[in-house]
Ligand binder design. Structure first.
Ligand code: FPP
Length: 235
């Protein structure tokens, strides 16, 4: 049976900025700069589509291992992105959210993010979620910590802990799980992305590098998704 519904939530592992730059004889940071333009383009694409939530893996808990130069450039790009695109989010009535350990980000980027999250909070034509300083294992460890604190405070009986308890203690419990995961630039890995939330997501991998990813490829992924038969473990 074909599934003609549009995915409500699409998550993307934006990979290949470095390779895109290398192909052109450019510095890695130029790949990230081009990647930020592709992120910007996604705001209007999201607004036009019936997709409601778009989660973009922008910086993982493992990305701190990259050179200081590259990490600093990514954080600077992030701050610049907010400055340059807050108006675009507002014009498109798109809300911004962040998932991850936001407190671990540099102050400048953190403050700009918090400001943009506050200013776009009532926008209702779509939600863009940046995964920043995000790790799937870190998110589950943080959920375990929150649950343990509730037990210690006498608010929760350990016997009552179930899957729903875990889901309710993730970073963004109100956001539905992704229906579709897209990974660019050909790698077949989850890379510690949304480990809990992606349990039943359909996966689409394209060889296109992230800076070259746009509307056409986004709709190709959605068409592919619509051919899948989601059974959630049933028959
Ligand atoms: C992966 O490419 C990409 C990243 C680690 C960062 C993603 C960042 C952006 C798309 C730009 C800035 C983001 C925002 C939200 C403004 P890679 O460097 O791992 O590429 P490679 O595998 O080809 O080296």
């Amino acid at each position: 049976m074909e599934n003609k519904t549009v995915p409500q939530h699409v998550a993307i592992i934006m990979d290949g900025n470095g390779r895109w730059a290398k192909q052109r004889g450019l510095e890695r940071v130029e790949g990230h700069r081009a990647g930020a333009v592709a992120v910007r383009n996604m705001v209007a694409i999201l607004k036009k589509s019936d997709v409601k939530y778009l989660t973009l893996y922008a910086f993982s808990t493992e990305n701190w291992k990259r050179s200081k130069e590259e990490v600093d450039a990514l954080m600077e790009l992030l701050a610049e992105f907010i400055d340059a695109n807050l108006d675009l989010l507002q014009e498109n009535n798109v809300r911004l959210l962040v998932t991850g350990r936001i407190e671990g980000l540099p102050e400048k980027a953190r403050n700009k993010l918090k400001d943009a999250i506050r200013k776009t909070a009532d926008n209702q034509d779509g939600t863009v979620i940046f995964a920043l300083n995000y790790g799937g294992r870190a998110e589950l460890a943080d959920a375990a910590k929150k649950i343990a604190q509730k037990v210690l405070a006498g608010e929760l009986d350990p016997e009552e802990i179930n899957e729903n308890t875990v889901a309710q203690n993730l970073y963004l419990p109100e956001i539905p799980d992704p229906d579709l995961l897209i990974r660019t630039s050909g790698e077949l890995r989850l890379s510690n992305f949304l480990l809990w939330e992606l349990s039943y997501s359909e996966i689409y991998v394209t060889n296109t590098f992230w800076p070259d990813f746009g509307e056409e490829e986004f709709y190709k992924a959605i068409e592919e998704y619509q051919k899948r038969n989601r059974r959630f473990g049933g028959r």
